[in-house]
Write a protein that binds this ligand. Structure first.
Ligand code: 9UX
Length: 69
C-alpha cells in the first residue's frame, strides 16, 4: 500500500469532504481516503499497481474541485 497527499482547492464544508472521499473510495485500488479541510489536502492509501495518481486527480476534478499539481 502506498500513501500520497493531494492538494485540493475549493473544499470548504463537510459535504465537500464526503464528496471527495466518496469519489476516491469508489476507485478500485484505493484504500483509505481522508480529507483534511483546514489543510486543503487529501491523504490517500492506494495500491499503485491498481490505480494511478492521475485517476485519483480526475475523480476529484469530476466532483468540481481543483487539484493543485
Ligand atoms: Mo459545502 Mo462544498 O455547502 O463544494 S459542499 S462548500
Amino acid at each position: 500500500m502506498n500513501t500520497t497527499s493531494i492538494k485540493v482547492e475549493g473544499m470548504t464544508c463537510g459535504h465537500c469532504k464526503s464528496a471527495v472521499e466518496g469519489a476516491l473510495g469508489k476507485l478500485s485500488g484505493v484504500g483509505k481516503a481522508e480529507v483534511d479541510l483546514s489543510a486543503n489536502e487529501v491523504s490517500v492509501e492506494y495500491e499503485e499497481d491498481k490505480v494511478t495518481v492521475e485517476e485519483m486527480n480526475e475523480a476529484i476534478e469530476d466532483q468540481g474541485y481543483d487539484v493543485v499539481k
